[in-house]
Ligand binder design. Structure first.
Ligand code: NCD
Length: 320
């Protein structure tokens, strides 16, 4: 396994297989430490800023829980309207300001490319927690971890990504992460919500096994893992298009009867794409998946935190 060099986490594409394996390895160790009740101090004396300009439950809280579990501290913005962005401040100026308060930052923002812009504005590490309909790389890390934990392997699996593949940033990132493994990908969506062609093109160019379909039933039979997603209402310029496409795919117990070995995942929140009757099935992994956000984000923060200390760039003077 290689050495960790990463500071900014901006896209899923940036991760080599070695780096992904490092995250999985560290996350497993940290999950074990959490279970045994060990008190960890890896991030003691460091402050994480979580800057969320779009709604979030899981991503923000699991990042904050991860930082606290590592002995670090957190300052947080939970909504855009409570920041100076509401007064017209640019993202770059906000980031330059936060640089004075925190050692690293997690950013969620409605604009594609915002994390890159933030990273260019500061020497502090920036972690992309979702940039509009762009990327959500840390979700992809916890999704990868969940697949590995649920299935005992990633190589050799057939994984179906279902729903709004056009606007869904989690699936954009996940298929890039999975392309580092020997995975067959089934992309299941209505025609209008297909995975962006540049992403599919990159996957195919890299020799990936990728198929596109609109047939959920066929995917249930063919897949080892089915990753459901919400139709992303907030990304539709015309609400009538959302009304027409919502409910395109609903996973029910009856449908799953044909694929009982299936692991069902979802980044959450769900609206109606997984019937609550599915929750009791052993393969329903979505709440285990959201819980995995803590050890995986602990792993990521620790690996990046190690980089900060190594470069002596904690921003916190040592008081003797
Ligand atoms: C996702 C997101 O924000 O992109 N949620 C998450 O981070 N767990 C998925 C979604 O909102 O549909």
């Amino acid at each position: 396994m290689g050495e960790w060099q990463v500071q900014d986490v901006l896209t899923a594409e940036q991760f080599s297989r070695d780096e992904l394996e490092l995250v999985l390895h560290a996350a497993r160790r940290l999950a074990g430490a959490l279970c045994s009740g060990s008190v960890l101090q890896t991030m003691r004396g460091k402050i994480l800023a979580t800057l969320f300009f779009e709604p979030s439950t899981r991503t923000r809280l699991s990042f904050e829980a991860a930082m606290l579990r590592l002995g670090g501290q957190v300052v947080s913005v939970a909504e855009a309207k409570s920041t100076s962005a509401a007064k017209g401040e640019s993202l770059e100026d906000t980031i330059r300001t936060v640089e004075g308060y925190a050692d690293l930052m997690v950013l969620r923002h409605p604009e594609v490319g915002s994390a890159h812009a933030a990273a260019a504005a500061t020497h502090r590490p920036v972690i992309n927690a979702g940039d509009g309909a762009g990327q959500h790389p840390t979700q992809a890390l916890l999704d990868l971890y969940t697949i590995a934990e649920e299935k005992g392997t990633v190589d050799g699996l057939t994984v179906g990504l279902v729903g709004d593949l056009k606007h869904g940033r989690t699936v954009h990132s996940l298929c890039q992460v999975l392309s580092r493994y020997d995975v067959r990908l089934l992309l299941v969506s209505p025609d209008e919500l297909r995975m962006p062609t540049d992403i599919v093109g990159d996957l195919q160019e890299a020799g990936g096994k990728v198929e596109q379909t609109d047939d959920l039933q066929a995917a249930v039979s063919a897949c080892d893992v089915l990753y459901m997603t919400r139709i992303q209402r907030e990304r539709f310029p015309d609400p009538s298009d959302y009304e027409r496409l919502k409910g395109a795919y609903v996973l029910t117990e009856e449908l799953l009867a044909r694929g009982h070995e299936l692991t069902v995942m979802h980044p959450l929140p769900r609206v109606d794409e997984i019937d609550p009757g599915v929750d009791k099935l052993p393969g329903a992994a979505y709440f285990r998946q959201s819980a995995n956000g803590v050890p995986v984000r602990m792993a990521l923060l620790s690996l990046i935190g190690g980089q900060i200390s190594r470069s002596g760039d904690s921003g916190v003077p040592t008081v003797v």
